[in-house]
Design a protein. Structure first.
Length: 277
């Protein structure tokens, strides 16, 4: 199962898995775009075993409805969907949109499907997690909002979640995580506005690697036989900006078990999802 599979890294992940004969459930917030993505994969791989499901990770009601209606086993869950650096916006449940979509939605989804996940959970983060700070006293960033800082907070939350899931699951489940380096996706154009948008567009053309290349670390995390719980994968090039998958290290703050446990408790309270561990 790949969240946010209608474009970018999610699409390339679903496409690569389908090419190898996997049954792939693609989730998408927009049914039309999701259908177009599924059709595109089927043109390239006519025998692909695909299913499209509607899922808006910014809306916890949508997450619950999806989980309630999905009763199949899941070998691998790829928590890929995300938003990047939009203007400040609150979700239906009153959460800052990046923290809600990138972290809380996936926290809830994983917890609700946990009994059906048979092998591993892959959480997609970003190299920008290294500048993230979890502002527990202002998670909605009401006092001061920076699109970049809020994004970094959500991506640090991804790492803290992946490592805490690894601690709590033990040997019963592999929780691993990955980042794509600097990859050209629609996130850079659909989220940021103003100066950020103007800066990221030429950077995409001049610096970024393709989404197909950027998806390799999460594909490795999802499929490789030597992956262990707690492993982190990113590109092997300079500054982990581009290249082929290798094991990398998170920022030291992301490995703090006390911060991770606190975030876990807060996430359970905010989502109403308690993990059956």
């Amino acid at each position: 199962m790949v969240t946010g599979a209608n474009s970018g890294l999610g699409f390339e992940t679903a496409r690569a898995l389908a090419a190898k004969g996997a049954r792939v459930v693609l989730t998408a917030r927009n049914a039309e775009r999701g259908g177009a993505a599924l059709a595109k994969i089927r043109v390239e791989y006519p025998g692909a075993d695909l299913e499209l499901a509607s899922l808006d990770l910014a809306d916890l009601d949508s997450v619950r409805a999806f989980a309630d209606g999905f009763d199949e086993p899941v070998d691998v869950l790829v928590n890929n969907a995300g938003v990047m650096m939009p203007p400040r916006k609150l979700t239906k449940q009153g959460f800052e949109s990046q923290f809600a979509t990138n972290h809380l939605g996936h926290f809830a989804l994983t917890g609700l499907l946990l009994g059906q996940i048979r092998e591993r959970v892959v959480t997609v983060t970003s190299g920008l997690h290294r500048r993230g700070v979890i502002q527990f006293d202002d998670l909605t960033r009401e006092r001061a909002y920076s699109p970049v800082d809020a994004y970094a907070q959500s991506k640090l939350a991804n790492v803290l979640f992946a490592l805490e899931l690894h601690r709590r699951a033990g040997s019963s489940l592999v929780s691993t995580y990955a980042h794509p380096g600097y990859s050209a996706t629609n996130l850079q154009s659909s989220g940021p506005t103003g100066v950020l948008n103007l800066l990221l567009k030429p950077a995409n053309m001049l610096v970024a690697q393709s989404a197909e290349q950027g998806a390799l670390p999460q594909l490795y995390a999802a499929t490789a036989g030597d992956v262990r719980g707690g492993d982190f994968f990113g590109p092997d090039g300079l500054g982990e900006m581009r290249g082929y998958p290798k094991r990398v290290q998170p920022v030291h703050a992301a490995t703090d078990p006390d911060t991770a446990a606190r975030l876990w408790t807060v996430s359970e309270e905010l989502t109403g999802v308690t993990y059956p561990m």
